[in-house]
Design a protein. Structure first.
Lengths: 236, 203
């Protein structure tokens, strides 16, 4: 009798957890573009809409973007161009709002400021690669609970990431300092909460997934990214 | 005084548990069971270590070859466990679970089934706690985050990291407790078997 109760309790706990996961899965996928400057591909001819919800200080999000950045030409040619994908990044500062990283706020503001000058992609990949060189490649802020392990960064760090892009630096600095994009960032973070089940959260047509398996090895992680991109093309 | 006595008892039982594990490891069939269980846990924990992304790929519309590739890639990812604290904790969790399974099989085979079931219950709870804490609680990825957000909304993510750490510690305490407890029982079984053998020889 006691054994049956024990087994029953275990089954109930596991069942409860699985049910919670199922109930929490994929809701309110908002497929309208949020910010056109944060998209890649031609919306007029696109046959697929891929969305990535991210926070620049979310390690698993950066793992995905770092792999893409290292294989950008292949990504642009094989997926954006050939497969006619509209790829959209929805930047949030969820990790700032939930108290895990103060850096996520200025990073989010800077990303939207770069988008304001229609230069989001160059800036975004510059910042991702800078974070990789300075922290992630050294194992700092690279794992599950570690966004907080990257120290609070000065605003100058985010300005440096604009070097080598076509951004008007003065306008960019002013935009970040005056928090000109705060409203858009806050609004989009709130909207993301309605959809994203954790970060990163991917909506690749009918294929939705949160998390990113990988090892911070750009070539190995690119294989994982390609599987995820292909899953979006093949999942009905 | 009482604390000292408890500490002595724990130290003695730990010593007996280690001795019994050394005996079990000398017997190939139990060693193989332990190694297989270790590999199974290591594989599963690594498969889910970054949340459900591998799992989702298995259920996606990818061709079978790609899905098999996902399953195969986990073996390579296992090696990366050695490069981080999180990964090392996965290795130790698998090692402890493998040890518990080896002890359980030995205890069960030696007709101490009630004690084996007790050990299995505690070991299973530890395993469930281990799986719950996988993923990235602070990113909201993983079972623990799903659980907390369902109960307390998205704001609960702030708690996930701390709760995850507490659950991992509890899981390790439960596993060590189970290993010592089963190890002590196994030591008694092994000692009595040896005593019977000596007795039989002397007769």
């Amino acid at each position: 009798m006691q054994k049956a109760i024990r087994i029953g309790a275990l089954v109930a706990v596991v069942g409860f957890l699985v049910a919670l996961m199922v109930l929490n899965a994929g809701k309110n996928n908002d497929m309208n573009t949020w910010n056109a400057a944060m998209t890649k591909g031609d919306p007029a001819t696109a046959q697929h809409h891929y969305i990535m919800y991210t926070d620049i200080f979310c390690p698993y999000c950066d793992k995905f973007s770092h792999a893409v950045s290292a294989h950008l030409a292949e990504f642009d040619k094989d997926y954006i161009e050939d497969k006619k994908i509209l790829f959209e990044i929805r930047v949030t500062d969820m990790n700032y709002e939930n108290g895990h990283s103060n850096n996520s706020r200025p990073a989010g503001l800077a990303a939207y400021c770069a988008a304001k000058q229609n230069n989001f992609w160059d800036y975004y990949y510059n910042l991702i690669n800078k974070l990789y060189d300075d922290y992630h490649s050294k194992g700092i802020g690279a794992e599950r609970d570690s966004p907080r392990h990257i120290p609070n960064l000065e605003l100058s760090y985010f300005y440096e990431a604009a070097d080598g892009t076509n951004l008007n630096k003065d306008q960019f600095v002013q935009c970040v300092e005056k928090e000109e994009t705060a409203k858009e960032l806050d609004n989009n973070t709130r909207r993301a909460y309605n959809t994203a089940q954790g970060l990163p959260y991917f909506v690749f047509d009918k294929y939705t997934v949160s998390g990113m398996a990988g090892t911070w090895n750009a070539d190995n992680d690119w294989e994982q990214v390609k599987l995820m991109l292909n899953a979006g093309l093949t999942t009905k | 005084m009482a604390i000292r006595k408890i500490a002595e008892t724990v130290a003695d039982r730990t010593k007996f548990a280690i001795l019994s594990l050394a005996e079990l490891a000398k017997q190939p069939r139990y060693l193989i069971v332990g190694i297989l269980a270790f590999l199974v846990f290591l594989y599963l924990l690594t498969f889910f270590r970054d949340g459900g992304s591998n799992w989702q790929l298995i259920w996606s519309g990818l061709p079978l070859g790609d899905k098999l590739g996902v399953l195969g890639r986990v073996w390579r990812d296992i090696l990366d466990n050695f490069t981080s604290f999180y990964g090392v904790s996965i290795i130790f969790m698998s090692l402890f679970q493998g040890t518990i399974i080896m002890q359980l099989v030995f205890t069960w085979k030696n007709r101490e089934r009630d004690k084996a079931i007790d050990g299995a219950s505690t070991g299973t709870i530890a395993a469930i706690l281990g799986f719950i804490t996988l993923g990235c609680p602070s990113c909201g990825v993983g079972l623990l985050s799903a659980l907390l957000s369902a109960i307390a909304g998205t704001g609960a993510a702030v708690l996930a990291e701390q709760i995850g750490l507490i659950l991992i510690i509890i899981a390790f305490i439960l596993m060590i407790y189970t290993i010592i407890r089963l190890g002590y029982i196994d030591y008694i079984i092994i000692s009595s078997e040896k005593a019977k053998e000596t007795h039989a020889k002397s007769n």
